[in-house]
Ligand binder design. Structure first.
Ligand code: ADP
Ligand code: MG
Length: 361
């Protein structure tokens, strides 16, 4: 077991690119933390620094309380699996998984036990004695995972390992990763740009943007209570609705979202605030309803899970709502939109969440 602690870590490439910008975070032992963020936000750079493949411009890396910032990858004793699987050509699957174990000076029986163990979890039994040449990409990736895991390192880093793998193998690989991580109490950082992958795999998600970790939380909390507009926007399919209000330091919100005025505490004196609400929390009524504002249904489309995604015009805003299929709204006609106060997050001018409770005025 080993926790990974990063202290004021920074990595600049040349004069203009800051890939990792002053990150301080601890990745807990025996947990899968997904590092989630859009392409180019610095995920791979961060992984490479933790692995020792890249030297930070400044800041430190600790495994438990040991400073490893200047140690070589080999001295760090961690497992790594990347987007493009690394396998040794010309030998069979068994030998591929066995090679690193030879370095660890394990006896033959222990090696055999570990290889067969991971092969079973990963579903590699049938190809165990096949030459790796000619195996498909998903299988190669399983071999790479097996090889990293069989050594039972305290830390394993995965950098988008299933991006290039077909859907069925993805499900299988994800299930295997979960099982393996719990078996050996490893500290796992799993990089992905795919929110569904992160939501299903992670104990905790660290959300990354422009070289910074914006929020680290369990998947539910991150989804329901983003502390920055970025989390609201990036997570969800589609993401959160944002409706901007000019409040000029005031503390009251009205139309178009609210039929009756709503109050909040504007301690920061923000001039504009954004009301954030996820499409699935917007309630739609086909007739006039208390606390519901009238809007016009612009579009209606069917989405995954048999639900409907509605686009509704409210004043000069268009907001999205995800609803069950049985409501009989008609495109072009009026619908009544209700935004439950407890489902709303308010964001300030700087995009950060405003800590306040919304109440009827
Ligand atoms: P991600 O993995 O999230 O897609 P990366 O860590 O690969 O992001 O890249 C972060 C930023 O750093 C990008 O702007 C990328 O172009 C830049 N970058 C990464 N590696 C290098 C490098 N070796 N030299 C120069 N710029 C780099
Ligand atoms: Mg990357």
């Amino acid at each position: 077991m080993a926790e990974i602690r990063l202290d004021k870590l920074r990595k600049a490439f040349g004069e203009t690119v800051v890939a990792v910008n002053d990150i301080t975070i601890t990745f807990p032992t025996s947990a899968v933390t997904c590092l989630l963020g859009p392409s180019g936000c610095g995920k791979t750079t961060l992984m490479r620094i933790i692995a020792g493949l890249e030297t930070p411009t400044s800041g430190e890396v600790y495994f438990d309380n040991e400073r490893v910032t200047t140690k070589s990858p080999a001295e760090r004793n961690i497992g790594m699996v990347f987007q493009y699987p690394v396998v040794y050509k010309g030998i069979n699957v068994y030998r591929n998984i066995e090679l690193p174990l030879l370095e660890d000076k394990l006896d033959a029986a222990e090696r055999d036990r570990r290889i067969k163990d991971v092969a079973e979890v990963l579903g590699l039994q049938d190809v165990l004695y096949r030459n790796v040449s000619g195996l498909d990409n998903a299988t190669l990736q399983k071999i790479a995972v097996g090889r990293a895991v069989a050594r039972q390192p305290k830390i394993i880093l995965f950098d988008e390992p299933i991006t290039n793998v077909d859907v069925n193998s993805r499900v299988q690989l994800k299930a295997a990763l979960k099982r393996l991580s719990k078996q050996h109490n490893q500290t796992i950082i799993y990089v992905t740009h795919d929110q569904t992958e992160a939501m299903t795999l992670a104990d905790e998600i660290a959300l990354m943007k422009d070289g910074v970790i914006v929020q680290r939380d369990n998947p539910r909390r991150l989804y329901n209570y983003p502390n920055d507009v970025f989390g609201g926007w990036f997570l969800g399919n589609p993401g959160m609705n944002f409706v901007q209000y000019e409040v000029n330091g005031g503390a009251e919100l009205g139309g178009p979202l609210f039929r009756k005025p709503v109050r909040f505490e504007n301690r920061g004196g923000d001039r504009t605030v954004s009301v954030g609400i996820r499409p699935e929390y917007v309630q739609i009524h086909p007739q006039v309803a208390p606390d519901a504002a009238e809007g016009k249904l612009l579009r209606k489309s069917i989405v995954v899970g048999g639900q409907y995604l509605l686009a509704i015009q409210l004043g000069e805003h268009t907001i999205k709502a995800k609803v069950a299929p049985e409501i009989g709204e008609v495109v072009g006609e009026s619908v009544w939109v209700e935004c439950p106060l407890e489902a709303i997050t308010l964001f300030g001018e700087d995009g950060a969440k405003i800590e306040t409770e919304l109440k009827p005025a």
